[in-house]
Design a protein around this ligand. Sequence first.
Ligand code: ADE
Length: 256
Amino acid sequence: MKWLLVNAMRFDVFTLLPEVFSPYLDSSILQRARQRGIIEVFLHNIRDWATDRHHVTDDYSFGGGGGMVMKPEPIFAAVESVLGVPLPCPLILLTPQGRVFNQRVAQELSAFPRLALICGRYEGVDERVRQHLVTDEISIGDYVLTGGELPAMIVMDAVARLLPGALNDPEGAADDSHASGLLEYPHYTRPAVFRQWEVPEVLLSGNHAQINRWRREQSLLRTYQRRPDLLASADLSEEDRAFLEKLIKGQTDTQG
Ligand code: ADE
């Protein structure tokens, strides 16, 4: 396979736990994307920019209560020395208070040649980091993790696989669940009969028009059954709408 030589997308990650990234970045599709020069990941330990003797990066919350808060100085120093001022790219704070990450946000971020990510720990980061340093805040969902490292990996993974050449199948990302605003259709592989469970006949027919139509309808059906909220903003054709109307009226065989 031939690859167009383009500059790698660069990620700079600011974290107190750089070591947790290696197992994932050094395996999986992300490792392959790095080897192919599609992405580059630079990990920066915020502790390296703490100037006191013990390299302290957190402190008590003014006003009492709460837990420890990440101090602003090491974060500002790390970001400004690595990225420079003004910032050359979006600087994203991973936080449960951010806008919720989804496929649309992944697509939006994949258009940038470079992204920087700050992983919060403890109870959070000093508010001045939010107000005067970061350009965006992202949450990976409405639950609270112990830090932003897993969310940063999730964002990098979802963005990297959208970049040209990251997946072996060039169409790979186009059919994904959520890519078109719908859930993906079901997949089957060999054997055609497993424990008497048969693969839907249409998939063995070789008739690509029929296969595409079946897949589209399965996508619509799944989305309707599992995530009807997605239908309101999905990109639907007249044919799709007619199919959904029949579904809603209960006139469609939903067995596949
Ligand atoms: N840090 C802790 N929880 C998080 C979440 N849900 N999303 C992003 N960063 C986080």
